[in-house]
Design a protein around this ligand. Sequence first.
Ligand code: GAR
Length: 193
Amino acid sequence: MVLSTGTNKIITAVFISGTGSNLKSLIKFSKFKKSPISIKLIITNNKLAKGLKYGKIFKIKKKIINFKNKEIAEKKIINELKRNKIELICLAGFMKIFSKNFIKNFKGKILNIHPSLLPKYKGLNTHQRAIENKDKYSGCTVHFVNSKLDSGKIILQKKVKILKKDTPDSLSKRILTQEHKLYPKAILKVFNL
Ligand code: GAR
């Protein structure tokens, strides 16, 4: 991807559904001089998402979108993205799936972080499935979003060893720590930095 705005930063929206720890790490990353992104908008489908607090703390605009009707929700999102001149979308624990049409509109401009070593364990309950299958490693992946779930081109992955005593919860915590490092690295890679 080429930096479209010269020396200015890429105007970015982060989508969340829950805790927002990846959002927090992306905001911190965005404050570094070497970061190519500036986060201007947080979008959520969940008005109770804990991560919304980072909007308040870091003075970033928030938008809550009701997903009862996906078509209407996506239209509202597209309007918000246009209004805020968003150039890059980072999904960070966003638990809704976009329509093919939405993704086509932003082809190559949507990134996602997923808590497994894709193509293994697309979808939900990744840690439980990796433990049940007695895998030696799990990890996390940052990838471009295409029209198939968790299937777009992989940007970066980080392996995490599964310990004998691991529960889905303990494994998820160790992987999350790596996610916070991996997402910024993947963004630097996308922009050839
Ligand atoms: C993260 O582990 C992220 O990889 C995962 O949800 C968690 C969100 O945590 N995303 C998915 O499962 C998407 N399919 P966070 O809200 O603390 O960033």
